[in-house]
Write a protein of this length. Structure first.
Ligand SMILES: [Zn+2]
Length: 348
């Protein structure tokens, strides 16, 4: 795997000067797409490379694929360079085939399929063949400790960018023990054998800016990302793990991440549950919590003020949240929609 990525990096290196000549793109842009409680996050680097993390759901037909394609068009992409599937739950890979029919996808990355005994269910038997049809076997496995080989500017005119995997398949970078083993004095929960716990978790750094996107990893994996070694450190932007569900968002990790801005990929009836909402609000460094949807289940116990919610009144919404990072200036902005009013935050 590493060798394959190294070869790819060399060919990309050759094209770099051409890309820099225009210097048309100077920010790192991150689009949090409305998958109605599913996952899909589009990253476009200052050098114009693109990474899509997850592809929402298959049903209702074409909704999520069209939303992802629209975001790609808004970002003026002609292709997706890397498509990472964090795990094989229906709200994270269902839209892949329809999307692949709308825009070319160069490389597919995942953590490998679920264990065989977890493949015997109708959803997997329906969706995985569509995934295989989209990828045509062109898939690279991403392990904890690996990088996705994004292009960098060899002349250093653009701050370094790195997309790094810290957890994958229930393995954590630098941790060789049993994730589910009890730890005296800490709340380790029952083993989670679901796909969620096996999600790929990623850190994207651009200069001093840091973004954590942990897919749907759950409590015990989160704990070991922060303890005994704090693998990630403070982040500027946090994609609230697992749509904001309380199965995830272990306060030990949240305190270690100490984010400035949080974005929850929730749905009208899914995610950003009260315990998570309370834990996020209790973090001293948090300046803003954004949500894709107003959650009708929890009222003020699970909803940020209206101006931070992308889809407040229309549950069918489709509105996205966009973050743009200017690492040279040391700031990033967040807005609702591609060009809505921006709030600016400092990168410490
Ligand atoms: Zn999910």
């Amino acid at each position: 795997m590493r060798r394959a990525f190294a070869a790819l990096a060399i060919t990309m290196f050759a094209a770099l000067n051409t890309d820099l000549a225009g210097e048309s793109r100077r920010t790192l842009d991150i689009y949090f797409l409305d998958m109605m409680g599913g996952g899909s996050t589009l990253i476009v680097t200052p050098l114009g490379e693109s990474v899509l993390i997850d592809t929402g759901s298959l049903e209702p037909k074409h909704r999520d694929a069209e939303r992802m394609h629209r975001a790609c068009q808004q970002a003026r992409l002609e292709r997706i360079d890397y498509l990472i599937t964090t795990h094989f739950d229906s709200d994270h890979y269902g839209g892949i085939l329809e999307l692949s029919r709308r825009i070319p996808i160069k490389r597919f990355i995942d953590k490998g399929p679920p264990p065989r005994h977890q493949q015997d269910n109708k959803t997997f038997r329906t969706l995985y063949p569509l995934y295989q049809q989209a990828t045509k076997g062109n898939v690279t496995a991403l392990h904890a400790g690996d990088d996705v080989p994004l292009k960098n500017d060899p002349a250093g005119r653009i701050p370094p960018i790195r997309l790094h995997c810290v957890a994958s398949g229930k393995e954590i970078e630098g941790f060789g023990g049993d994730i589910d083993a009890p730890v005296k004095g800490f709340n380790i929960r029952r083993p989670d054998e679901s796909e969620n716990a096996r999600s790929i978790a990623l850190i994207l750094t651009y200069g001093k800016f840091k973004f954590f996107a942990g897919g749907d990893i759950t409590w015990n994996v989160e704990y070991h990302l922060a303890h005994p070694v704090n693998c990630i450190g403070k982040v500027d932007l946090y994609q609230v793990t697992h749509h904001g569900l309380d199965q995830s968002n272990n306060p030990t990790l949240l305190e270690a991440l100490s984010p400035t801005v949080c974005v929850a990929m929730n749905g009208p009836k899914k995610g950003i549950q009260p315990n998570t909402f309370r834990a996020l609000n209790a973090l001293p460094g948090v300046k803003a919590i954004y949500q894709i949807h107003y959650n009708i289940l929890y009222g003020d116990a699970g909803n940020t003020p209206d101006e931070f919610i992308a889809n407040k009144t229309n549950p069918e919404g489709g509105e996205l949240i966009k973050a743009s990072v200017d690492a040279k200036q040391g700031t990033f902005t967040v807005c609702i929609g591609v060009d809505g009013p921006k709030r600016e935050f400092t990168i410490p």
